[in-house]
Every structure is written in structure tokens, then in C-alpha cells.
Design a binder for this molecule. Structure first.
Ligand code: 13P
Length: 253
């Protein structure tokens, strides 16, 4: 997998109050203190970012958010800007998660604006793409991914995307217990990397990290990570337990 540093990221979605988040983060910091050669990130809900930031600040666990709004500031009730995220200690932000596309009107165009805002503010975007079950069954997986990647990254240069992380999350594998097989995931990751190569060149294609997401658990992480083009994981359900998530982080042990 070249010299790409693996990233194991936990998306907590709409789970955990402030006190629950602090407790889980504390346990996680302890359990992953020995993790070497891997980046670890957790994305709690917005409300818990500040308190979790205090817990992880001297650890090797990075803080991420699950969304942002692209405007700098203004009368946008309910929205959160990149600068606000930075001010809580965030370093990463998940953008374009399929749940946001499905339930909250996220489109390739809004994803593009959000990635632009993240990069401008020195946040690392974790840009999510993935096909639905219907799209996979009708052999449209590659067409759908091509369109999501193309539109999401419209107008950027390779230099803009140095820190960008791509997360491939097949919608049919999220929260369903159905994981893509490691071969299926590898095939798709290789395809995504080839798209980056075509569009942005070989240097970025070689360095960009592509995470797999969708029912990642302690018992399937090692097999996924053994694949040449899988550089980490975006974990939902199993990231809510510090015990389970730390086993995923320590997949090499
Ligand atoms: P699960 O790990 O619960 O399938 O969720 C994956 C996901 O959506 C991470 O962003």
C-alpha cells in the first residue's frame, strides 16, 4: 500500500450525549495509547466536540466533525462553519456521507462547496462516496462513483487535494452487517484511485488515502487492511464502543 499512513476513523453519527462522549473518548485514549503507525480519528456530534477535544488533546486521537456549512458566517440558523469547527479543535470533517445525501438533501454540488470550505480552512475533508444496492445490482457502481468523484472534486487542482481523504461506503453495507468482501472493496478502491490518477495525476493517486466504510468490525478489519488500495476504515456502529473500536485501531496486533 505504498507509504500511505492508515487512518481509522469513527463516525459516531447521532449518538452520545456530552457525558457519554467524554467517557467513550477517555477509554479510547487509554486503549489506543500504544497504537503506532496509524492515525485515529473520532467524529462525535457537534454538541460534544468541545468536551471531547479536552479529552483527546494530548493523545494520538484526532477530532473530526460530521458535517459543516460552507459560508464563513451569517444568518444561517442551525449551521456550523469550518472556523467554528477549528475553534473546537477539529482537524477533520466528514463530507457527503450517504445519510446526509439520503435524508438531508446533500448533493454533489453542496459536497463540492463544503470540500472547498474545509480545505480553505485547513480541515482535512473525509469525502464520502458510494453506490446503493440498486445501483450495484444494475451494474452502475462505477458510473455512480465516477460522477460523485467528478462533481465533488470539480474545480480543484491536485495541489488543493493533498490532504483529502476519500471514504468509499457502499450504501448497502452501512449498518446492515453486510460488508463488501475485501475483493469487492479492493476492486472499487483501485477504480477510485485510477480516477484520481486520470484526473489529478500519479503523485496524488499514489498518496491519497481511500478508506472503506460499511459494517467494519474487529473481525473483518485485518482482511480489509491487507488489500493494496485500502488505507483505512470509516467505522459507524463499532466505533461507539471504545473496546471494539480500539480492537479495530490495533488491527495489526
Ligand atoms: P456502520 O459501520 O455502522 O456500517 O456505518 C458505516 C458508516 O456509515 C460510517 O460512516
Amino acid at each position: 500500500m505504498g507509504n500511505r499512513r492508515p487512518l481509522i476513523a469513527g463516525n459516531w453519527k447521532m449518538y452520545k450525549t456530552c457525558s457519554e462522549a467524554v467517557e467513550t473518548a477517555r477509554q479510547l485514549v487509554k486503549l489506543t495509547a500504544a497504537a503506532a503507525d496509524v492515525d485515529v480519528m473520532i467524529a462525535p456530534p457537534f454538541t460534544a466536540l468541545s468536551v471531547v477535544s479536552e479529552v483527546v488533546k494530548d493523545s494520538n486521537v484526532f477530532l473530526g466533525a460530521q458535517n459543516l456549512f460552507w459560508e464563513k458566517e451569517g444568518a444561517f440558523t442551525g449551521q456550523i462553519s469550518a472556523a467554528m469547527l477549528i475553534s473546537t479543535g477539529c482537524r477533520h470533517v466528514i463530507i457527503g456521507h450517504s445519510e446526509r445525501r439520503q435524508y438531508f438533501g446533500e448533493t454533489d454540488e453542496t459536497v463540492n462547496k463544503k470540500i472547498r470550505s474545509a480545505i480553505k480552512n485547513d480541515l482535512i475533508p473525509v469525502f464520502c462516496v458510494g453506490e446503493t444496492e440498486n445501483e450495484r445490482e444494475s451494474n452502475q457502481t462505477f458510473t455512480v462513483l465516477d460522477k460523485q468523484l467528478h462533481n465533488g472534486l470539480e474545480g480543484f487542482s491536485a495541489g488543493d487535494l493533498e490532504t483529502l481523504v476519500i471514504a468509499y461506503e457502499p450504501v448497502w453495507a452501512i449498518g446492515t452487517g453486510k460488508t463488501a468482501t475485501s475483493d469487492q472493496a479492493q476492486e472499487t478502491h483501485q477504480f477510485l484511485r485510477s480516477l484520481v490518477d486520470k484526473r489529478f495525476g500519479n503523485v496524488l493517486a499514489k498518496s491519497i488515502r481511500i478508506l472503506y466504510g460499511g459494517s467494519v468490525k474487529p473481525n473483518n478489519i485485518a482482511e480489509l487492511m491487507a488489500m493494496a488500495d485500502i488505507d483505512g476504515a470509516l467505522v459507524g456502529g463499532a466505533s461507539l464502543s471504545a473496546e471494539m473500536f480500539s480492537q479495530i485501531v490495533l488491527y495489526k496486533e
